[in-house]
Design a binder for this molecule. Sequence first.
Ligand SMILES: [Zn+2]
Length: 477
Amino acid sequence: MARRSALARLHLLGPLLVLAALSFPALAQTQLDDHLKAISWPVYQDQTVRLMREYLRIDTSNPPGNELAAAEFFHRLFDEAGISNTIYPYAPGRANIWAVIKGDGTLRPLVLLNHMDVVQADARNWRLPPFSGEILNGEMYGRGAEDMKDEGLLQAMVMVIAARQHLPLKRDLVFLGTSDEEVNGTGSAWMLENHPETVRNAEFLITEGGSNLITRGRGTIYAVGVGEKAPFWLRLTATGRGGHGSIPIADSAPIRLVKALARVVNWETPIHLLPSVEQYFRAIASLEPKARAAQFRNIQKALQDPAFVRSISRDEEYNYLLRNTVSLTVLQGASQTNVIPDIAYADLDVRLLPGEDPKAFLGQLRAVLGDDSIRITSAGRFKPPNSSSTDTSLYRLIEQVVHEYNPQAIVAPALVSGYTESQLYRPLGITCYGFNTLEVTPEVNATEHAANERVPLEQLRRGVKVFYELVARAANQ
Ligand SMILES: [Zn+2]
């Protein structure tokens, strides 16, 4: 879109200058257009559906994972296409796979990252067996069909098509399939510790964390993941004198804990508007009724109005985008009704915005608790939250390619509420986006981590083409 407006401006200066200024990029563009037009899509689309079925039949439920079988599946596929690839086993049954197609080196590498493990599935709740890849009403069923064997397979197909069609590349195209994302993240962690050279100097990375939801009557919203909130799990522990429940103790551990928790749950953490969140509200404004649309278009101003702050804070869909959040999740006191315990604790699922300082947050929390005798300890590992800018050639290209296939779609940067592995790769200087090309209804989207996870076949067929075009263009600009 930026390119088009630059072109319009050049026209004012006369046709000769336009020709001189555009001849080189125009040539490269035409070559790429010709390359894309020459591809016989039905062959690759059929292959995508066939391989998706095979991939879903490999049981990589984590635990235990057994991702080595999935790595071997990709290894065979890449070998057949003449793509250089390596399996990195790192524990019994567990492995990552890395593949590369070399570019001419004028631009830095693009990484396609996917995890090969899936969460477990209880077959009793499924319409079709979760590791069958069976098809019903045009949808393919299988654990991982949404998270994220679909995207992993599309990424592999992009590599295969690039190799078979001899895609000209200015960047190396890197495929990285990892293990154990769903449980401990040992796959990516091992890779970055032992083989950081596999992603060294990469400029861009595409992985999960994007979703393209078909809304009723309002078109499709392409949410491109640009950052995640970081889990900062805390345990609050109160200790005191225990005793028999028949003789109340006014300052017992559970009573002091509950009083402090009441202050915490009533606490409204300060609002902090991130640039990407501001951009998100602007992008989705047109979906809202008129008055709210105007507020979303200028959310900075709207947030100065206490009434708007109250209403947006009550909206679960938007509230978490604007502040650090605190959810009270675990409560533990005695295990018997007539026992006053000498210890009581509660866990808080705190999620911090990118750029936040955990120490500063702890200071605020301590003040809100108002009881210094309550101990605060960590209840999980903490990784600092981070995010990527939308002011990049890849982000603009995503907008361009999405609109080419779906002119009405809204593309918006998303702050993801959950964790993705992008967090591990951004500190290496890589711009990471959560993006895929499948459009799904809310019903299908809700099957992620749930029963009857499935992917519509027509979306697989469409998705592979869109993904390939995005990567082909990204690899050349
Ligand atoms: Zn996932």
